[in-house]
Design a protein around this ligand. Sequence first.
Ligand SMILES: Cc1cc2nc3c(=O)[nH]c(=O)nc-3n(C[C@H](O)[C@H](O)[C@H](O)COP(=O)(O)O)c2cc1C
Length: 150
Amino acid sequence: MPRILIVHHTPSPAMHALLDSATAGARESGVEDLDVLVRPALAATASDVLDSDGYVLGTPANLGYMSGALKHFFDTIYYPCLDATVGKPLSVYIHGNSDTDGARLGIEKIVTGLRWKLVAEVLQIVGDPGKDDLGACWELGAVTAATLDA
Ligand SMILES: Cc1cc2nc3c(=O)[nH]c(=O)nc-3n(C[C@H](O)[C@H](O)[C@H](O)COP(=O)(O)O)c2cc1C
């Protein structure tokens, strides 16, 4: 049974709306028997990562970088997962109120080290998420799930 892991830091209603959309996209992707595992970044474990076939990561931009919670996730799973997760697909959504580029660059560097494979451009949303932003987040979940449809 394929499994997609959604790791998120969700400190506000705007972030919650994006998480809901990404999760719905994965669940409604039509991939047969897909297991969708949703974990807050402060609770996700290396086992969650090792037991999953692909990932969606969601974070706010904080102080020019990803949230401390998502960084904590990477710090926790990096070495335990380094050799065992090469080539796994992932996608990323980032929300901020002014500039999310630092967060994107930080995440891209780390996933390059892990040798995970971005299956869509990193989705960067600035300001109140509108209908199109929520749709793009849904799409992100669906596209990432579709890569697991072996
Ligand atoms: C401590 C702190 C630092 C932040 N730093 C950034 C930042 O560097 N870039 C940015 O675009 N938004 C920044 N923000 C805004 C958050 O990304 C934003 O609050 C979050 O995405 C949730 O959106 P909302 O507040 O509109 O619900 C920051 C917020 C906080 C609390």
